[in-house]
Design a protein around this ligand. Sequence first.
Ligand SMILES: [Zn+2]
Length: 106
Amino acid sequence: MKIKIICENCNSETELIPETVGKLSYVQRKLRDGNFRMFENEISHDVSSSLYDDFIEKLVVADNKKQVEDLLNREIEDNVNIDSKLESLRIDCRGCGNYIVLTEFD
Ligand SMILES: [Zn+2]
């Protein structure tokens, strides 16, 4: 499988092709060579807490800023859910400024 990117304004073009056993394609390297740039245009985050009782109890008994900071650094990831979703990718043509925004991923 391959993806061909063509700017209809200035005729720059490049192909993203699989280059490794796992069929990885190195996007930025290939796009740079083809005079394009791709970047994450929008990422949404849904953050919710699911605080464990022992975490709350440790916070309650912490009696200085350093203890709270250490506790948060150690355990916050286990007590918060963050769902991130790529909403759109944008490809810019470096030659003429034309661009496309890819969106509606599942
Ligand atoms: Zn162009």
